[in-house]
Design a protein around this ligand. Structure first.
Ligand code: DGL
Length: 258
């Protein structure tokens, strides 16, 4: 059985990375919509159109379940897609509830893209779970650009974070929710500014949920990679391997990722 996993770009590799570990015998199709990244700065209608096209691509390529490895695309399109298609569509949600359950003795900073931060889904989530007003939200669209350009732990990244987060008293926060799959590449930089913070993302939760929706396979696991509908070339594949190595490094930072 093939499982489609997609994102606007290379952020969703952080979800694929977990999926490979927890489901080593599955056949994955990874799709990065490199033509349209970043989604976080597009309109909701545009994102719905891109997501629809990708799900059709996944179905044509034999996917029996699809994971939207992108908080932004989930926020904008998951409800509409679930009405339109009958295959299981697994979305992502920023791990705000988990942060409150585990680290609700301190403030919680949730970072995501502008679309996710402003979206109705986020508003409803915060209203539902943040009874003690611990949660603050911040959009960090610059990190998506840095990640797509393979710029991770540079001074530019640090300056961008310092600047964008200067409004917050960072020592007051006990946890940081990575509400965009592109942000997993920057845990070392975040850690420089917030040395004691606990990181949370929705990756393991999403794959656990996927596992409840599929019958496990016993064959050898495979991955096919596509960039906006075309198979990647060797150079792009090498780049993807570098991203996966970077994610392996970042996974060592913060136990919550396990
Ligand atoms: N990786 C995506 C997310 O999880 C969005 C990045 C973007 O395209 O703006 O929200």
């Amino acid at each position: 059985m093939k499982i489609g996993i997609f994102d606007s770009g290379i952020g969703g590799l952080s979800v694929l990375h977990v999926a490979k570990r927890l489901l080593p015998h599955e056949q994955f199709i990874y799709y990065a919509d490199e033509k349209h990244v970043p989604y976080g700065e597009k309109s909701k209608e545009e994102i719905v159109g891109y997501v629809d096209e990708i799900i059709q691509f996944m179905i044509q390529h034999g996917a029996k379940a699809v994971v939207i490895a992108c908080n932004t695309a989930t926020s904008a399109a998951v409800a509409i897609m679930r009405k339109k298609y009958s295959l299981p569509i697994i979305g992502m949600e920023p791990a705000v509830k988990k942060a409150i359950d585990l680290y609700g003795d301190k403030k919680i900073l949730v970072c995501a893209t502008p679309i996710t931060v402003k979206g109705e889904k986020m508003m409803n989530l915060v209203e539902r779970v943040d009874k003690h007003h611990l949660v603050d939200l911040v959009a960090l669209p610059g990190l998506v650009h840095f990640a797509e350009n393979q710029e991770f732990d540079t001074q530019n990244v640090l300056d961008y974070l310092k600047d964008t987060l200067s409004y917050f008293q960072l020592e007051d926060y006990g946890s940081l929710v990575l509400g965009c799959t592109h942000f997993n590449y920057f845990k070392d930089s975040f850690q420089k500014l917030m040395p004691h913070v606990h990181f949370l993302d929705g990756n393991v939760g999403t794959i656990n949920y996927l596992m409840k929706n599929i019958e496990p396979e016993k064959q050898d696991g495979t991955i096919e990679y596509y960039y906006s509908g075309r198979a990647v070339n060797d150079e792009e594949l090498q780049k993807i391997q570098k991203y996966l190595l970077r994610l392996e490094e970042m996974e060592k930072i913060g136990e919550e990722q396990k």
